[in-house]
Design a protein around this ligand. Structure first.
Ligand code: DIG
Ligand code: MN
Ligand code: MN
Length: 391
């Protein structure tokens, strides 16, 4: 019998080489799993029904590799992708592992570090485009401080703006059809990271010279670490036309960046996110990659890694089916139907002296409205019953 929740490339599920390739190292313990060959990862993801694989430059090409070795590695990887039908929709640069970046990359006080970060990123962009990437992510994991007196925060912002403007012009100069997606995180590995939330990134983008090329890559764990609603952050990015990529995973609030299997800690929030991305309430479906920036628990062996990958995709598809059922539920549709008021509709959407006068003259019974129940308790209970399989 066919599995309703078996992933297919049409679902556009992607994983990073660094996610399913995570060897289980953490600040308090060594790796527990062997390193996986990138070509083996690609073949396995193809078998599992994934759409694509994403990478940092050094996930594939070791830091400092010769040009000949780089070309040999890339050629073999491209062959594995083609044989497995796996795409490379997104690429990014590792600007956080090498000690040169220990006090930042684009924001470092040393201009030679900033130049090296630009050099490495241009090479990473060339690699990503060569592999077919359409989106280039920037996660500034080292762009931050522990000792706040080390630089004026305005200098950090100006340096990152210079780097983004420079790299957008590089992409245009090369004729690449590539968009940038900026990923926020509030802290870890730095004490405080600049641009800590998606909201900060959305403002920053509007200060760039080529802002139309730049969007955001919100991550579940990162907005949750900041104590924010991920659904609201994604909704704002979508409304601004700036949701260029998304990092799906799971997170308990008030913890380190856990990057757990999608839905593992927060099925209700995951349900609401899938509902938003899939547009089951009647809005347009978001067509980007459903990228899992997550990794298996350190308790797992390699077989457990593939359990993790299957679980991410399966949970997403189960929640998609439940969101479709929820929004098709007649009682839900009745409860969230747009409230209409012929006396008011049309008055609020744009200013005119006439509209102002008519709004001023409205007789609104605030006490009667204040006493009215909204029935959100009933709505949320229905959501829970769909989620728990009781409806
Ligand atoms: C961490 O959440 C970051 C890095 O894994 C990578 O640069 C980016 C792309 O998903 N997410
Ligand atoms: Mn993370
Ligand atoms: Mn991420």
């Amino acid at each position: 019998m066919s599995d309703l929740y078996a992933p297919t490339p049409e679902d556009r599920f992607t994983f990073g080489l660094w996610t399913v390739g995570n060897p289980g190292r953490d600040p308090f313990g060594a790796a527990v799993r062997p390193s996986l060959d990138p070509c083996d990862i690609v073949r396995k993801l193809g078998e599992l029904g994934a759409y694509g694989v994403n990478l940092h430059d050094n996930d594939l090409v070791p830091f400092g590799a010769s040009l000949a070795d780089r070309d040999r590695i890339v050629s073999g990887f491209r062959s594995a992708c083609e044989e497995s039908g796996i795409k490379v929709p997104m690429a990014t640069t590792n600007l956080f592992s090498h000690p040169i970046f220990k006090d930042g990359a684009f924001t470092a006080n040393d201009p030679e570090v900033r130049a090296f970060a630009l050099q490495k990123t241009m090479q990473g962009i060339d690699l990503g485009v060569e592999l077919g990437a359409e989106t280039y992510v920037f996660w500034g994991g080292r762009e931050g401080t522990e000792v706040e007196a080390c630089r004026d925060p305005r200098s950090a912002i100006q340096r990152i703006r210079e780097a983004m403007n420079f790299l957008c012009e590089y992409v245009r100069d090369q004729g690449y059809a590539l968009k940038f997606a900026l990923e926020a995180k509030p802290n870890e590995p730095r004490g405080d990271i600049y641009f800590p939330t998606t909201g900060h990134m959305l403002h920053f983008i509007e200060t760039l010279e080529n802002s139309e090329m730049v969007g955001v890559n919100p991550e579940v764990a990162h907005e949750t670490m900041a104590g924010l609603s991920f659904v609201h952050g994604v909704g704002q990015a979508m409304e601004a036309g700036k949701l260029f990529h998304i990092d799906l995973n799971s997170q308990k609030i008030g913890r380190y960046d856990q990057d757990f299997r999608f839905g593992a800690e927060d099925p209700k929030q995951a349900f609401l996110l899938v509902r938003l991305l899939e547009g089951t309430s009647g809005t347009p479906r978001w067509e980007g990659s459903r990228h899992f920036d997550a990794h298996a628990y350190r308790t797992e062996d390699v077989d457990g890694v593939w359990d993790f990958a299957r679980g991410c995709m399966r949970t997403y598809k189960i929640l998609k089916e439940k969101a479709q059922a929820f929004d098709a539920d007649p009682e839900v549709r009745e409860l969230i139907a747009d409230m209409k008021n012929p006396d008011i509709d049309g008055l609020l959407s744009s200013y005119s002296a006439d509209n102002a006068q008519r709004i001023k003259s409205l007789e609104i019974d605030a006490d009667a409205i204040g006493a009215r129940g909204l029935r959100w308790e009933r709505l949320d209970q229905i959501l829970m019953e769909h989620l728990l399989g009781a409806r």
